[in-house]
Design a protein. Sequence first.
Length: 90
Amino acid sequence: MSKEICEGIYKIYLELKEKTKLSGHEKKWGEKIKVHRPSLKEIEEFNNIKKELMNCLDFLSDDELIEISEDDVIGEEAKKILAIRKKLLN
């Protein structure tokens, strides 16, 4: 894969990460609570993009890898790459 393709996949990852977050709005007296629940399709898309992104981790910047390192699926691999880069700099 090329760096440009990987940057595009990373942007899609960020968009889907936002879409798949559970979120709610603060309830004011007398209002209903509004909760965003991601659809099954959004979750499936997010999981598929994670698989694609796994092949792109070497092309991403340290900041992007740090963002990904919190992910429960591909985070460990991102942490490994960051550790290798840190060793190379020392």
